[in-house]
Design a protein around this ligand. Structure first.
Ligand SMILES: [Zn+2]
Length: 315
């Protein structure tokens, strides 16, 4: 699909969104359907016979008497927000082409800033976990990147202080077009760390093309073939065809994060990178983004739970 086909695909308008998910009742029915597509299942014993305690929106298992709320064990667990606000937040965050700040989200869904921030972090964390479970295959372009740390007096280049190192990886199809990508913060560019990263994020048997940074040979520990191409560095190296896509996406992610968020702390960088990749990896599926996201969110409790729960409590 060409770039124009991505930009001009139907997508999902706000009008359509409100027709489908404008009321709490519609959101409850949708979440119920995505959580229990084959009907209610007791998370405790697996029983399907139950009664609904409508006033408290609880479902009680007839066999073991365990009571389950619609949102327990989901991304929306312990939330004080109505589902309408969650669904609108998910719609806006997944459709935003260049990222949506917590401040913008606060205004759109009408909540306190800390609440908007926590909602945004939870959505991004769910995006990250989803894509972390999908290792890349085929031919993968790989590059080492540093985020931030452009302070005066600091060291320059690879390994400079105050910078967050991350691996950018993008898989290509047989025509050399990008399929999907991931960007993960790592502890540094050392053999053991690259091997750990590769085992989690690459399919064994894939071919990795890198610019020859010695540690990238460690992807072989994950059963991948490594082709190191020595570029010699400098501005000419980024123009090389072997790295055209990964370099383009590194430029795009840096511009997108700086443009939408101005400053992102190293602690939260993994989620912002994941948000960018999640949208890119689903750029042909704009119409399905909300159902796909909530289907997974219905099976994923918020993580890291303590941190994110605490943040929302301030809202
Ligand atoms: Zn039960």
């Amino acid at each position: 699909m060409s770039k124009n086909k991505v930009q001009f695909q139907a997508g999902y308008s706000l009008v359509e969104f409100f027709e489908s998910y404008g009321t709490e009742d519609q959101c409850v029915k949708a979440l119920y359907k995505w959580r229990w597509p084959d009907g209610f299942r007791c998370p405790h014993c697996g029983g399907d016979r139950h009664c609904a305690l409508k006033a408290r929106r609880l479902y009680q298992c007839n066999r073991c008497r365990h009571q389950t709320s619609l949102v327990s064990g989901t991304l929306f667990e312990q939330t004080k927000l109505p589902l309408t606000k969650w669904f609108l937040a998910i719609h806006l965050v997944t459709q935003a082409k260049t990222g949506l700040s917590a401040l913008a989200l606060m205004r759109h869904i009408g909540v306190a800033y800390n609440t908007a921030w926590a909602v945004k972090q939870k959505i991004m964390q769910a995006m990250k976990e989803r894509d972390d479970g999908k290792p890349l295959g085929g031919v993968v372009q790989l590059d080492d990147v540093y985020w931030g740390g452009e302070r005066r007096g600091g060291k320059r280049g690879r390994g400079a202080a105050n910078k967050a190192p991350f691996v950018a990886a993008i898989s290509l199809n047989e025509e050399g077009h990008p399929v999907s990508m991931n960007m993960n913060v790592v502890e540094g560019f050392r053999q053991a760390e690259v091997a750990r990263w590769a085992k989690q994020h690459l399919q064994s048997g894939c071919t990795v093309v890198s610019d020859g940074l010695a540690c990238f040979a460690a992807v072989e520990a994950a059963g991948c073939r490594h082709v190191g191409i020595v570029t010699g560095g400098g501005p000419h190296s980024v123009a090389r065809e072997e790295f055209a896509w990964v370099n383009t996406m590194i430029g795009n992610v840096k511009n997108a994060i700086k443009g939408a968020y101005h400053a992102v702390s190293h602690k939260h960088l993994p989620r912002y990178l994941a948000e960018f990749c999640y949208r890119h990896n689903r750029r042909f599926q704009l119409e399905d983004l909300l159902p796909r996201f909530v289907y997974v969110a219905a099976r994923t409790p918020p993580r890291p739970g303590r941190l994110l729960k605490l943040a929302e409590a301030y809202g």
